[in-house]
Design a protein around this ligand. Structure first.
Ligand SMILES: Nc1ncnc2c1ncn2[C@@H]1O[C@H](COP(=O)(O)OP(=O)(O)OP(=O)(O)O)[C@@H](O)[C@H]1O
Ligand SMILES: [Mg+2]
Length: 393
């Protein structure tokens, strides 16, 4: 198969096969992996990556890179105005860079953060039916070859298939989200119905009546929290949530949150220690309060009885404000860590005993990233976990 025409045909046949495969994959993570694997194979390159625009900040974020682990790509945001990928995204055109080191637009932070040396690259816009949503890049052509016009056509065809498949997988996720919501609402609704039926019974003893009333109140509260969490998350995911930025003292907010959760902590015999100096930030106070409250509530809920929670704030070596919330709970096993910020994800060991929906951390991540910060976890099984976030100064 040395004939170039034969080779070309074979490449397009392969793309057809791959397109069929992509269109039948609705699981988002698996789909992304299939796309980068296809780019590496068809373009004969060392690595491939997909970046998508983050609706809340407008920046591009790595969704996947074949040469990197998910934890490595997760925190990297690429600015639109100072990167090659940003250029491809805003112009909606493919671009070949033959000597990346010489290109002033090469966003070096990615290579230095990941220890991958990019020599040359080909990038094309990733489109859905209606708009450009990101960029697909093929990195380092193998066998000292250069990217050709043919490569541009191949990657463009592949990217158009990939764009549609990504859109489908996202829509599917959205319908999954709705199914989960309905499922979550059913439990409190069933409890409400049972309670109202019970209260109708004339033979219900007075003390039982009191109990049912309390249950009614609890379940109503739970419904209110649930619906507002769903709404928050839907707004944050679609990029429609506006961050209402004002300067305020974060230490104040943290102390307010500690006061709010302290009854819950004392119920479990948990002590909270704080080391938080005054610090002014620009941000959405009520949304950041939601973040701190969820981290504190988690540190209490998933702690041992009579455990401890340490809240400390400082300016870290990257010159960003950092808040650490450390607990002395059972910790999180390494295999569960990558899922922690996924909506509805709850660690099986505690899901049965501790009340929650698994939305808190997903909401936190959106809010922190919309402020240009990062959020992550360090955890040691049986010793406890530290949840940290940063806010740029
Ligand atoms: N500090 C922690 N220690 C151990 N496990 C934790 C901790 N924080 C969170 N988790 C685990 O992560 C899961 C997700 O947390 P998240 O805050 O998103 O949801 P939740 O607390 O279950 O519900 P809610 O939506 O009410 O916040 C929890 O169910 C729990 O299994
Ligand atoms: Mg929570």
């Amino acid at each position: 198969m040395t004939n170039p025409l034969e080779q070309k045909l074979e490449a397009y046949r392969r793309i057809l096969d791959i397109s069929k495969q992509l269109n039948s994959t609705l699981e988002y993570g698996a789909l992304l992996q299939q796309i980068v694997a296809a780019v590496v194979e068809i373009l004969n390159v060392e690595a491939a990556s997909i970046m998508l625009q983050d609706p809340s900040t407008g920046e591009l974020r790595f969704e996947i890179a074949s040469n990197l682990k998910p934890q490595e790509t997760e925190r990297i945001a690429v600015p639109l105005d100072r990167s090659i990928a940003g250029w491809i995204f805003t112009h909606g055109e493919p671009r070949v860079i033959e000597d990346v080191a010489r290109d002033p637009k090469h966003y070096r932070q990615v290579d230095s953060a990941t220890q991958f040396h990019t020599r040359n690259l080909l990038g094309v816009p990733l489109r859905t039916h209606t708009k450009v949503i990101g960029v697909v890049q093929a990195l380092n052509k193998r066998d000292s070859e250069k990217f050709t016009g043919e490569d541009i056509s191949l990657l463009t065809v592949l990217a158009s298939q990939a764009g549609v498949a990504i859109e489908n997988a996202r829509l599917f996720q959205q319908s999954d989200f709705i199914a989960e919501i309905v499922h979550e609402l059913r439990t409190p609704l069933a409890a409400l119905r049972a309670s109202t039926t019970l209260l109708r019974r004339p033979d219900l003893p007075e003390e039982k009546r009191e109990e049912v009333h309390n249950l009614l109140q609890e379940e109503t509260e739970r419904l209110i929290t649930l619906t507002s969490d769903f709404l928050d998350l839907a707004r944050l995911e679609s990029g429609r949530a506006e961050m209402d930025r004002h300067p305020f003292d974060l230490a104040h907010l943290i102390y307010d949150c500690v006061t709010l959760v302290s009854p819950q902590a004392s119920d479990k015999g948990i002590s909270i220690y704080t080391d938080v100096p005054a610090y002014e930030v620009q941000g959405d106070k009520s949304k950041l309060k939601q973040v701190v409250l969820n981290l504190l509530t988690n540190a209490i809920k998933y702690n041992r009885p009579d455990g401890e929670v340490y809240v400390s704030a400082f300016v870290n070596d990257m010159n960003a404000f950092q808040l650490d919330v450390r607990d002395t709970g059972y910790g999180i096993r390494p295999e569960n860590l990558p899922n922690m910020f996924r909506k509805f994800y709850r660690v099986a060991d505690t899901a049965g005993t501790v009340q929650g929906t698994g939305l808190g951390l997903a909401i936190c991540k959106h809010i922190i990233e919309a402020h240009g910060g990062n959020i992550w976890i360090n955890s040691i099984a049986d010793e406890g976990s530290t949840f940290s976030f940063t806010l740029p100064q």
